[in-house]
Unconditional design. Sequence first.
Length: 254
Amino acid sequence: MKVKIKKKIIFDLYAELSNLTDARRKQGKRHKIELVIMIVILSIMSGHDGYHAIGDFINKNIEELIVLFKPKKNRLPSFSTVRRVMKELNFDELCLLFEEWAKKNIQINKKEWISLDGKSMRGTISDNKRKFVNLVSLFCVEKKQVFSMGKVDDKSNEIPKVQELIEKFPAKDVIFRMDAMHCQKKTIKKILKKDSFYVLDVKENQERLLKKVKYICEYFPTISSDTTEEKNRGRLERREVSVYKEGLDLKYEW
């Protein structure tokens, strides 16, 4: 497995997952719900997001997973079992349980970067009109750990859910990093109430703000700048970052 994580942390979470409601019938139930969900979590952490990808993760790591979890008769859940469990899973219950576990096990430091991460889990709802669930989470960048997450039925509901996650976030004096969708005054107010900071993309959804930012970048002097270059997947990537003093009344509006 690509994921490097302490066994104690794995089994602390594993024990918490045993408290999830299991909607399956007792008859023919071969695998505990905590085993199935824990394997899904490890799969996603390894970059295997979809059901077929989770099946590949299980097949690639059969021996290691058996040694780690010691399942009954050395049998791991199949692709169809994982899919069935996830379809019947109460995501709100999972999110709440995970958040309580994270508060006990993940320490947030001052000035730590907290990034918004979103994933779609296709096939998690049986209703043909809604074939996937979106999960949004607050991700501790340096630790590479998810701290809290929430379920939204579609992307349009993501903004209030993220605002809720920020409001409930227990730490202060951190830096939230989010995309242009969350460049909202209400979101920023909630961040400032946490005595924290933010780095947000600005795009056409905030047209007036975008014009001001472009003007500042073109006509205001830079305070500092930095350039990095690195090879990524056979390409040379160049990144330039410049810092400008705020102007045009931005601090009063934002």
